[in-house]
Design a binder for this molecule. Sequence first.
Ligand SMILES: Cc1cc2nc3c(=O)[nH]c(=O)nc-3n(C[C@H](O)[C@H](O)[C@H](O)COP(=O)(O)OP(=O)(O)OC[C@H]3O[C@@H](n4cnc5c(N)ncnc54)[C@H](O)[C@@H]3O)c2cc1C
Length: 381
Amino acid sequence: MRIVVVGAGLGGVSAAVGLHRLGHEVTLFERGAELREAGTGIVVMPNGLRALDALGLADDVRGHVMLAARAGLRDRRGRPLLVTDAVTAQQEVGAPAIIDRADLHRALRAPLPAGLVRTGIPVERLEPDPTGVTVISDGAPVARADAVIAADGIGSRLRGQLVPGHPGLRRTGRMDLRGMLPRPPGVDPDLLACQLVDRRNGAMFGLFPVGEHRLYWFTDSQLQDPPPGADEARRRMLALMADWHPLVTALIEATPPADIYVDPIACLAEPPPSYAFGRIALLGDAAHAMPPDLGQGASQAFEDAAALTRHLTGAEPADVAQRLLRYDADRRPSANRIMRAASRQSRLTSRTGIAAWARDLLLRAVPSRLATRQLAALWHA
Ligand SMILES: Cc1cc2nc3c(=O)[nH]c(=O)nc-3n(C[C@H](O)[C@H](O)[C@H](O)COP(=O)(O)OP(=O)(O)OC[C@H]3O[C@@H](n4cnc5c(N)ncnc54)[C@H](O)[C@@H]3O)c2cc1C
């Protein structure tokens, strides 16, 4: 079967590998001039790792599983609010992997033959008819396919075409900064895999080890609109977090602005009514862009890619629409559940004032065993 995948992000690339390995004739269109993933670190949750296992893509990634003893929420000075036993959670459901985004993308795309990828081609629209789909770029057809996978990311143009009237994205009013740097000596291991929150302003700082020698940090706070450049964003974040645990400001200060990514956070205003539209399917952020608070965006995309690969095993042009409906039934309910949970988590960590005070009081009362079980449930997704 001829399958076109639109978008070579983490989701599109992993789907292209899975479908190519089934023996389908895959073409991957990417609007960027080259295949790459920019950014810092990324968390791949145990469910994402299992999906990559199913795609035969987990070997490199499993070398990056996190070895943290604790995880959970702390206050801005690093005092525990909700401390979990990460070792037990890892034993129950497996450990997440923390990996450099560029390394992850490189590992996922490695099995793709070069001839299958076409960069510098922005897909403008899809024209389905009873026998196939014509893929249009710059006003001209660039491919004809039996099935098309729209993996064109959070701002998906193709989703807009497939679901006319969809409200698109909703800005959450938050802004994230992300950085990665060599691990300085003497970092308290209890702070790794933790999120620190400040109930005065709803700001959050998270920290993860990337291998033995690097750290990945991120902040989440109220959006200053329009979002400032990295230099200004870093200056403002340092001012906001001046009285936090000293490691927080030390790490932000030690990260050059050129290595800091600033993202205004958005998510889908509402889930699409389906992921399957005849011979066309949505995958990854195009289908379920969510706030990053659960670290599930990419893992959900990997689950999509694994499910799609399963459902298109042995597919023929005549039965593709039926099979994509099964993909939709398989994936949409659980991805919607995770989207809702990510929005809830975002609201929980960004609380301020009396609501945040009540949250902290409640969290401190949660026994570690229960918190660990909840962590395992989150990681298991
Ligand atoms: C601050 C932040 C932190 C995050 N942290 C995590 C985390 O720790 N763990 C996690 O799992 N997730 C995380 N996420 C979410 C995760 O990054 C995304 O869910 C994931 O990258 C989505 O992959 P994708 O392939 O669906 O989309 P994308 O990675 O956006 O890829 C889409 C691709 O399509 C291309 N494209 C777009 N339009 C067209 C077109 N018309 N024609 C051709 N090509 C096109 C784009 O150039 C791009 O290459 C985070 C997100 C943010 C913002």
